[in-house]
Design a protein around this ligand. Structure first.
Ligand SMILES: CC(C)(COP(=O)(O)OP(=O)(O)OC[C@H]1O[C@@H](n2cnc3c(N)ncnc32)[C@H](O)[C@@H]1OP(=O)(O)O)[C@@H](O)C(=O)NCCC(=O)NCCS
Length: 151
């Protein structure tokens, strides 16, 4: 089941971060801010009360663009479509908010994430040098909503 994230999810969200990321880890207070104060939509995928994954989209005032800030699925549950369902749900929400484009950054050496986004029709349009804390470059990717291309 997918639902909006609640402040009571913060401990589990933080555990997912620690399992999956080595750096640029979101803290509990980062999550709390995203859930309660940010101009954002944060969704979680829940199975038997356990949070399997989350995805968060940031909006900007007076902008038709939104940024996929983070998405993560617990290792044991990856490759089972959970990430796809979370991102598609965020895209549906974005369309309702009149967002025309979603953009994101991804490590240039992250094959799995790149193929995940490519499958969902995100396209590379640029690059940031030394984007992450450990100096790895990032590709910028974007998707125009409502522009459903077939591959
Ligand atoms: C990237 C991530 C969110 C994808 O979520 P997921 O639930 O595993 O993805 P899905 O099952 O919906 O997979 C959809 C597509 O992604 C690609 N993909 C997923 N897992 C993959 C893997 N292990 N290797 C290569 N491609 C993969 C495939 O194209 C897949 O389509 P297919 O199943 O038809 O081959 C998840 O793997 C994850 O949390 N990774 C670690 C954190 C991370 O990298 N976050 C993104 C940072 S930019």
């Amino acid at each position: 089941m997918i639902r909006r994230s609640l402040t009571s999810d913060v401990d589990q969200l933080s555990a997912i971060e620690t399992q999956l990321f080595e750096y640029d880890i979101l803290s509990k207070s980062n999550f709390k801010y995203l859930i309660t104060k940010a101009n954002a939509q944060m969704l979680v995928f829940v199975e038997n009360k356990k949070i399997i994954g989350y995805a968060v989209l940031l909006f900007r005032k007076n902008s038709q663009k939104a940024r996929l800030y983070s998405i993560a699925v617990l290792s044991n549950y990856q490759g089972k479509n959970v990430g796809t369902m979370l991102l598609e749900e965020l895209e549906n929400y974005a369309v309702k908010k009149a967002v025309k484009e979603i953009y994101l950054e991804v490590r240039i050496d992250d094959k799995k994430a790149k193929s995940f986004y490519a499958k969902l029709n995100y396209e590379i349009f640029g690059k940031y040098k030394n984007y992450y804390n450990n100096s790895i470059d990032a590709f910028r990717m974007k998707k125009t909503l409502g522009d459903f291309k077939t591959k």
